[in-house]
Design a binder for this molecule. Structure first.
Ligand code: AMP
Length: 144
């Protein structure tokens, strides 16, 4: 399955972004309100400068304490995150996420942010694909 099919199945393709100057406390609020685990950091909503995950916030809280909540996202985000394109396969994305130990991947086309896929999206797509393959194989064996 291609990333573009995953984005289509998710429906609303708008990606929630924050700027590097957003306060970490505000980013945490957005993560909680939207019930998501990561935010793409972008100055203009198109270029991808970084990614901020709930894990970054938890780690900073453990290491530096609550003072980190008043810092800007630019100090905590992962810069130049690994991105994929609409034409990448779900298997390739899953392999990159597994190798890199992260669960979010911005989708970029001609330098512009067009979506985001999570490990949950990719696993769901893979399970659906496997279920279809199983039905097709059963059909062949049973001679439907
Ligand atoms: P996650 O598992 O996505 O919540 O993130 C785990 C760690 O990987 C955090 O430090 C993130 O900032 C970082 N991270 C998340 N997504 C990416 C990505 N696509 N490329 C590089 N690093 C990432």
């Amino acid at each position: 399955m291609l990333v573009q099919q995953i984005l289509k199945s998710k429906g609303d393709s708008a990606v929630i972004t924050i700027t590097p100057q957003t306060k970490v406390s505000e980013a945490a609020q957005i993560l909680a309100e939207r019930r998501i685990g990561g935010l793409v950091v972008s100055r203009d909503g198109e270029g991808v400068e970084g990614i901020l995950s709930e894990r970054d916030i938890v780690r900073s809280l453990a290491v530096r304490g609550v003072a980190c909540m008043t810092e800007t996202v630019s100090e905590m985000m992962t810069r130049n995150p690994v991105c994929c394109s609409r034409q990448d396969t779900s298997d390739a994305v899953l392999a990159r996420m597994t190798d890199g130990r992260f669960r979010h991947m911005p989708v970029v086309e001609a330098g512009k942010l067009v979506g985001i896929v999570t490990i949950g999206d990719v696993v769901k797509a893979r399970l659906e694909e496997l279920a279809m393959e199983k039905t097709a194989l059963e059909g062949m064996i049973m001679g439907y």
